[in-house]
Write a protein that binds this ligand. Structure first.
Ligand code: HAM
Length: 423
């Protein structure tokens, strides 16, 4: 009998994990720099948190949630996204009582029951930032800029930013009426999903990928023409801050995003290299969500990025080594030198040097073959004679140069050599 991971769920193997660690490291560095602090919420929440927070009518809630009853008869859902959970935690821990603005970030798995394809899986990973407590347009701009800054730190620069404002709920109400009256007479030309959306959530029609729908939408009224003066001013503010830092964006009045909590700013960063699932990250302002989940009306904004999609881009790029680094491969010749080698290895590793020896009882030639395969910077052979003399010869695998070092302070001399190499 053979076992496979459930459909749409994937292992991250050691061959790929270096890139994951690199992404995590850069995310943490940048989040730190922008003063976002990490929050870790449970992988599951009471179903209502998402049903209310994300919205019953959204695809995520109505079709994609992993919901089950626990042994106590409670309805529990594996988190399909991070924002609602973070807001739940923000309220539960009364963070608003300690600080006026909470800047939080997270990194971890999310679960959506979707049809797997390139860039889309059922367990996927996000990093995200949420800033709760301010409606300042500079904060929207900071979040967009932060999202780009993380990509830049990873040298992912060929991306586009789509920006829109979907106004406040009153603006949207008026706009949705207009949109409905525009689309109603053309109902028959919409795809079957959009025909249903026309009643439940006409905004969703705006980002339908079906050609017949997008053709109609191109002529539909634009949401940005229905913004009230405060929302218009806010949107102008966001654009102004982005212009100040020369961040390029493309205004896209059709961008509405798939989750119900958004108000005013929405944005997405995409990469043409990703194919159909081209959104690397998305986010926006969600001023109504905190109240919806039982708090005061506190404004907030955030974004989240899909790590798998980012990894796809990083994998396509040259020059990023995904092999573990190995400073020294130590070959030994018999039991006595192996024992000494084992001792040396601990000392080397303790002083921060990546070192390896043979655990497979290989011949000397076999060991050197391994050193080659692992891409060791240096190799050394510890034979009975070297052991007796308390010295060892290390060989620079690139230049072929050899140096004789004392076994007594191998870690010290090697560290010096490696440091010089690194300069
Ligand atoms: P979202 O657009 O649903 O937003 O997801 C954000 C990103 O997660 C997407 O752009 C994509 O890269 C990735 N993603 C989503 N679903 C999948 C999937 N099935 N497989 C692989 N990657 C996926 C949110 O989740 C919001 N919570 C973002 C936010 C934070 N808004 C405000 N704060």
């Amino acid at each position: 009998m053979k076992y496979y991971a459930p459909k749409g769920l994937y292992d991250i193997t050691p061959e790929e994990v270096d890139l994951w660690q690199l992404v995590e490291e850069k995310v943490r560095e940048e989040m730190d720099r922008y003063r976002y602090r990490e929050i870790r919420t449970p992988l599951m929440e009471k179903t209502e948190v998402f049903a209310r927070g994300v919205g019953e009518e959204t695809e995520v809630v109505s079709k994609q949630m992993y919901t089950f009853e626990d042994k106590g008869g409670r309805s529990i859902t594996l988190r399909p996204e991070g924002t609602a959970s973070v807001v739940r935690a923000y309220l539960e821990h009364k963070m608003y009582g300690r600080e006026e603005l909470s800047k939080l970030y997270y990194l971890g798995p999310m679960f959506r029951y979707e049809t797997p394809q390139k860039g889309r899986s059922r367990q996927f990973h996000q990093y995200g930032a949420e800033a709760i407590g301010s409606s300042d347009p500079a904060l929207d701009a900071e979040l967009i800029e932060l999202s780009i800054s993380i990509l830049e730190a990873l040298k992912v620069e060929e991306v586009g930013v789509k920006l829109n404002s979907i106004g406040c709920s009153e603006d949207r109400e008026e706009y949705v009426d207009q949109l409905r009256s525009f689309l109603e007479p053309k109902r028959a030309k919409l795809c079957s999903d959009c025909q249903k959306r026309l009643e439940a959530n006409p905004l969703r029609i705006l980002d339908c990928k079906e050609e017949s729908c997008s053709r109609l939408i191109a002529e539909a009224p634009r949401i940005t023409d229905y913004l009230c003066s405060e929302c218009e001013e806010h949107f102008e503010g966001v654009r102004n801050y982005l212009d100040r830092v020369d961040l390029d964006y493309e205004l896209n009045p059709r961008l509405v995003r798939g989750l119900d909590y958004y108000a005013r700013t929405v944005f997405e960063v995409f990469s043409a290299d990703l194919g159909a699932q081209d959104a690397l990250l998305g986010g926006g302002r969600y001023d109504g969500l905190i109240e919806l989940l039982g708090g005061d009306p506190i404004p907030a904004a955030g974004f989240a990025a899909g790590i798998e999609r980012l990894i796809l881009l990083l994998q396509e790029r040259d020059g990023l080594s995904t092999d573990g680094k190995l400073d020294l491969y130590l070959a030994t010749l018999d039991q006595e030198t192996k024992e000494k080698g084992f001792e040396l290895l601990r000392r080397l590793r303790k002083s921060g040097i990546n070192a390896e020896l043979d655990y497979l009882d290989k011949s000397l030639q076999g060991q050197l073959g391994y050193a080659d395969r692992f891409g060791a910077d240096y190799t050394a052979i510890l034979g009975p004679r070297e052991l007796k003399e308390g010295k060892i010869t290390i060989r620079d695998m690139e230049s072929g140069e050899q140096q004789l070092l004392e076994l007594g302070d191998l870690e010290g001399s090697l560290a010096e050599i490696l440091e010089k190499d690194g300069q």
